[in-house]
Design a protein around this ligand. Sequence first.
Ligand code: ZN
Length: 67
Amino acid sequence: MTRSTPAEATPTPSGATCCRCKRWTYAPVEVGYIERPSGPGVTLYACPSHAVSMTPSPMPGEAQRPA
Ligand SMILES: [Zn+2]
């Protein structure tokens, strides 16, 4: 648990837009994070039904881990 979520990138606690179906969900699941050079990063959320079928993006330090 070394990751930190920038406050400015955190959506409203009431929910978020699913990055797969673009529909609003009141139970968003974090499935990825996009870093941008000119601004705060964007956290990707998915609705519960899509989150289970999506593989979370590898975080820095995890991609190089041997199998
Ligand atoms: Zn969805």
